[in-house]
Design a protein around this ligand. Structure first.
Ligand code: GDP
Ligand code: MG
Length: 451
């Protein structure tokens, strides 16, 4: 069900969780992914733009820092999507219940009646169905067949053309049931005569719930349909069918939310069991592949320590990046286990890839580099350029740390390159960086980044 939307949303939240900095380029790419996913799921374009505008604004709000910003954005995405999905409504059954089912041809009305009958019978209710669709004799037969299979009593009279007569004929028998589900005739479109007919049947049957059945494949057209039915006969809820078989489900769901027609159930297949209650919160959690918002937040926190992010971020903002910071990066690389992560820490360069086979060698080197940095004086760590001027220092450090001078030189080269990379990136990120520039930089440094 909406698999594409689901995997796209998961990717977006992963991107946020794994990012160490939310720079302009990353926010742009998140917003683009989100827009594409929602529009593909047929969500109204202007709603999508509104949502992404809000995300951008929060993301680029200078008053919110690092990790907090990630939380903010995840929460924002979550809350805004919930809003798009609308209010939830649960049907509370009383002593006697009559469900009047409405909908145009082929929307899944009769199938849904069987699903509802099965759903409530399983929950201990005495359920029956009755066909007041007097236009197509086959409609009555279909309802009977579906009901029989479920051992549900179906009241039909295929020859009778007057719904009032059918209802009256069965009135005494209907008293044996606490839930009566009424099938009605559809039309190709909502016409005046259909409205009149529905109103008459409504007066006759006195429904406790008037439920509109719409197929998800009509997408945003659901808005017009729900609104018109709501105005004409005051529907109490909507059931969206065929959520399993179309990418337009997002459109149908959000369209109902827009006209404040609460979706109560969704149909996810042709079988009687393929019915689910619709709750925006749990629906979205499933879409995001998370138990709930809390576990999503935990995921963000688990990726990397808060202090480390803030510390490095501060250093970058101040334009300071000493060998000690470089060492911290190396440590985080060891714990995370991938050079990609270091590149990912540098705004906009997350895309540069280091081949896996180089990883082991690189980690061993990183270890030696760390020892070397530990053997330096504080002055050397903070001002590495003095090492290049006085090579005797390098010899001393190599001896003290059990490394070689060439290892130290290559480390210094690497450090300088990283620093240069950060500098050039922070200049660009002031104005924002486009995808082409990112790729160019990633390529340039990705190749140079030899361990
Ligand atoms: P009605 O004219 O509104 O009564 O529509 P029907 O109940 O006869 O359903 C029309 C078609 O849609 C049938 O072939 C059903 O099997 C199919 N259908 C109904 N609900 C679902 C659903 O949730 N998923 C899928 N895949 N098909 C459905
Ligand atoms: Mg039908």
């Amino acid at each position: 069900m909406l698999d594409k939307l689901s995997s796209a949303l998961k990717k977006v939240t992963d991107k946020i969780a794994n990012a160490i900095f939310l720079d302009t380029a990353l926010v742009e790419s998140i917003v683009k992914d989100l827009q594409r996913a929602l529009i593909e799921a047929d969500v109204n374009v202007s709603l999508v733009l509104e949502l992404t505008q809000k995300i951008k604004k929060t993301a680029l709000d200078e008053r919110i820092s690092g990790l907090e910003k990630k939380e903010h954005i995840i929460r924002l995405i979550h809350d805004e999507l919930i809003k798009l999905l609308g209010e939830s409504r649960e049907i509370k059954l009383g002593k006697i219940n009559v469900f009047l089912m409405l909908g145009l041809y082929g929307q899944g009305k009769t199938t849904t009646i069987a699903k509802l009958a099965s759903y409530y019978a399983k929950r201990g209710h005495r359920v029956c169905t009755i066909c007041l669709d007097v236009y197509r004799p086959a409609a009555a037969e279909q309802l009977k067949q579906l009901s029989d299979k479920l051992n549900i009593q179906a009241f039909i009279d295929p020859k009778e053309k007057n719904p009032k007569k059918i209802w009256k004929n069965y009135e005494s028998e209907l008293k044996n049931y606490d839930l009566i589900i009424v099938d009605t005739a559809g039309r190709d479109a909502l016409s005046d005569d259909l409205i009149k007919e529905i109103k008459d049947i409504s007066n006759l049957t006195k429904p406790t719930e008037t439920l509109l059945v719409m197929s998800a494949d009509i997408g945003q057209t659901a808005k017009k349909q729900a609104r018109t039915f709501k105005e004409a006969v005051n529907i109490s809820g909507v059931i969206i069918t065929k959520m399993d078989s179309t990418a337009k489900g997002g459109g149908a769901l959000t369209a109902c939310a827009e006209v404040k027609a609460p979706v109560i159930f969704i149909g996810t297949g042709e079988k009687p069991a393929d019915l689910e209650t619709f709750d925006p919160e749990s629906f979205l959690s499933r879409m995001l592949g998370m138990g709930d918002l809390k576990s999503l937040m935990e995921k963000i926190h688990s990726v990397i320590g808060k202090e480390q992010i803030e510390e490095t971020q501060k250093k970058l903002q101040e334009g300071k990046f000493t060998l000690k910071d470089f060492q911290a990066q190396l440590e985080s690389m060891e714990s995370i286990g991938s050079m990609d992560k270091i590149l990912g820490m540098i705004p906009g360069l997350g895309k540069a890839k280091v081949p896996d086979e180089a990883l082991e060698v690189q980690q061993k080197k990183a270890k030696n580099w760390k020892h070397a940095i530990n053997s330096m004086t504080k002055n050397e760590q903070e001002n590495p350029e003095i090492l290049e001027k006085e090579t005797s220092r390098i010899q001393r450090i190599a001896k003290g740390s059990g490394t070689t001078t060439s290892e130290i030189r290559s480390m210094l080269k690497q450090y300088k390159m990283l620093k240069e990379m950060i500098k050039s990136q922070s200049q660009i990120s002031e104005k924002g960086m486009d995808q082409k520039t990112i790729m160019k930089l990633a390529k340039k440094f990705g190749r140079k980044m030899k361990f």
